[in-house]
Design a protein around this ligand. Structure first.
Ligand code: ATP
Ligand code: MG
Ligand code: MG
Ligand code: MG
Length: 479
């Protein structure tokens, strides 16, 4: 007989039907007459209760059903007596597929701290918290493709190995096939990349945007959804060295159209999570509430489901960077009245504490900040007529700070080349990018959503290492 998933059994109303379920034992408890085994197979947050007659199965077998052991159960669906689930299964046959030594197994039938679970990351898929997050993540991936497909966008895969440093922030992982112990040198003593595999220096992509722009400048509306690599040196709870980014790029969009799309997109994703992941979100919410109990009233964050609905129900506030700086300069963020990084006026880049202050304390709504000083933004953003600000937009969310970064792109060839000169970016190496401005250039815009930042928001988790299956951070690449 083929195995039925626990999620399907729990939804079933076929009382009396014989089925086979397979999974991992979470707990076993019971009396001299009957044992109750909580079985989970990763398909749902809920465990299936297996009822096993002690006399029928005997002590020897039942004792092997320790937390973490893998079993197969043939049994009959019955209506549940207890309050938890609608149905349970009375076992007719139990087979141990994989024994698990309870003395060695790191997971106990209790709640473990997230720090501990990070140390045993290879086993954390067996916990409710991480299986819930993995299922929500899957739903969000699907929702991303759904959203863009329904709007007629085409998904374009941009290269993972590239010769360009899109953001110019110098956080690249270099890629080479050369022997590091014996690197060829040029006459000036520099590493001679012309002898490398691609004949030039290459790195893992920090953003698919520039290539995405090439596609948009012929296909109209496209999006990328791929892995992105940044050698972020600091250990923050919002940065990974390897993360996933969704980057739509649209011809004929000005900044307002870009903001409208970003807001609609985020609301769609959050609504999708509420409509399709309620069991998992409720579980995560409850877990968070328990953690919040230890905190002071003013430090507690909003209940998860309430927080998600809050984004759906509010129009995002739109204001310029300089308006935001004026607000921040005059603000008293806490009892001490100061930010950790004081705002020194116009020109300073905002830290996540400033972004969160605007969203959580000042406006109490998501915020889109626009028109940043050109000095703190990348070369490709469209210059405003003031010649000092660019048509950038950052979407700021509660708990997260920057969730999206985007802009209208500079479509004017001369202005773009000038800006590149000012920033010492060699225009000759970017001839392919500049060609789209030479031949039939049009206004266009795009943005990047950090997928794990979205996941942080949707799951309410506090650390980005907990919303990606295999986090890559400094000194952390074990498996
Ligand atoms: P931040 O200011 O938080 O460092 P950024 O401005 O450097 O972000 P962008 O280059 O604008 O980031 O990238 C677009 C989006 O990608 C960001 O808005 C964010 O959601 C996400 N992102 C950027 N860097 C990381 C990272 N190291 N890990 C996870 N997500 C990231
Ligand atoms: Mg950054
Ligand atoms: Mg930023
Ligand atoms: Mg940014």
């Amino acid at each position: 007989m083929r195995r039925t998933k626990v999620s399907d059994v729990l939804k079933s109303d076929e009382i009396g039907k014989e089925i086979v379920v397979k999974g991992w034992v979470r707990t076993r408890r019971g009396s001299k007459q009957v044992n109750f085994i909580a079985l989970n197979d990763g398909s749902t947050i809920h465990n299936l209760q297996i009822v096993a007659d002690v006399e029928k199965f005997g002590d020897e077998l039942l004792k092997r059903l320790t937390t973490g052991s893998a079993i197969s159960v043939t049994g009959e669906i019955i209506a549940s007596q207890g309050s938890g689930q609608k149905v349970e299964v009375v076992a007719k046959a139990i087979e141990v597929i994989g024994d698990c030594d309870a003395n060695e197994y790191p997971l106990q039938p209790k709640k473990h701290s997230l720090e501990f679970l990070r140390e045993i990351g290879h086993l954390r898929f067996r916990t409710n918290t991480f299986s819930a997050i993995a299922r929500v993540r899957h739903a969000m991936i699907f929702a991303v493709h759904n959203f863009f497909t329904s709007k007629g966008f085409v998904n374009v895969h941009t290269p993972i190995i590239t010769a360009s440093d899109c953001e110019g922030a110098g956080e690249m992982f270099q890629v080479t096939t050369m022997n590091l112990n014996n690197l060829p040198r040029t006459e000036e003593g520099k590493i001679d990349f012309s002898q490398d595999f691609f004949g030039k220096a290459t790195n893992l992509t920090v953003s698919g945007q520039l290539e995405g722009e090439l596609a948009a400048m012929g296909m109209g509306e496209i999006y990328t959804f791929g892995p992105t690599f940044r050698a972020e040196n600091s250990n923050t709870s919002r940065h990974l060295a390897e993360f996933w980014m969704i980057e739509p790029e649209m011809a004929f969009y000005e900044l307002d159209d870009n903001m409208d799309l970003a807001e609609e997109f985020l609301k769609y994703l959050i609504k999708y999570a509420l409509d399709h992941c309620m069991d998992d979100l409720q579980f995560l919410s409850q877990r968070l509430q328990e953690e919040e109990k230890g905190k002071k009233e003013e430090d507690r964050s909003m209940e998860l489901i309430e927080k998600l609905r809050f984004v759906l129900e509010n129009d995002f506030i739109r204001l310029t960077y300089s308006e935001a700086v004026n607000i921040l300069k005059d603000s008293k963020p806490n009892k001490k009245g100061q930010f950790k990084y004081p705002i020194n006026g116009y020109g300073s880049d905002l830290q996540s504490e400033h972004e969160r202050f605007l969203v959580e304390k000042h406006f109490k709504k998501p915020v889109i900040l626009t028109d940043y000083p050109k000095e703190i933004k990348a070369f490709y953003m469209k210059m405003n007529p003031d010649n000092s600000t660019v048509r950038a937009m950052d979407v700021l969310f509660p708990q997260i700070g920057e969730i999206i970064g985007g802009s209208q792109r500079e479509e004017n060839y001369d202005k773009l080349v000038n800006r590149m000169k000012e920033m010492h970016i060699p225009a000759e190496e970017m001839w392919w990018y500049l060609d789209t401005r030479r031949f039939g250039s049009v206004p266009h815009s795009g943005f990047g959503l950090g997928f794990e930042r979205l996941m942080l928001f949707v799951t309410g988790m506090g650390n980005i290492r907990d919303v990606i299956p295999f986090p890559r951070t400094p000194k952390n690449a074990e498996f």
